[in-house]
Design a protein around this ligand. Sequence first.
Ligand SMILES: [Zn+2]
Length: 219
Amino acid sequence: MDGSVLFACQRCDALQRVPVPRQGEAAYCTCCGSRLLRRPKGGLDRPIALMTGALILFAVSNLFSLVSLRVSGMEMETTLLGTSVALWHHQSKLVAAVVFVVSFLVPVIVMTSTLYVLVSLRFRLLLPFTRRLLAFLSHLHPWEMGDVFIVSMLVAMVKLIGMARVIVDDGFYALSGAVVLALAAQSGIETWLLWRLLDRETATTVPAMNRQVSGETVS
Ligand SMILES: [Zn+2]
């Protein structure tokens, strides 16, 4: 990929046309020197691999309990979805709904949608709804709080030590791994690059379709 891209500096607002950097390099503002855009090494292959791993670990984390509590000879354990179900049955339906959305629903939608868009662009498939999903993801990311959920669970476990025996189960390790892999995948994704790839694919597909409709042969 070569050429240039029009970019506004988020620090000094200077609008400038900068050359598209090569893999592993970045472009900087000519006015204030802050980084405008970067192009991570590994292209889209790395985030695709990381996000696939995150999805697998997230699925595994739902098969096992996250933590077990032992109090007065009784043992209780809960899964990721079990926390929302328990809150629902204890008259905290609003909290249960919020926990379900931010800890399960949004992460699943973000991970699957991101993988869908990445695969669509990497393999030039131009799958349906790629453009809509790419725009939708930018609005959804602030609601993705898997890392916050992990930290809040750790804080709760520390507070429970002394009152109960807390045992960290396999589900917690799998969920932590899923959050780390998803964050690593997101750090390797540059939104401007995805939009550029999408525009390039759209630009090459539409004229080809027009030529097919008009009866010309397309090689
Ligand atoms: Zn600047």
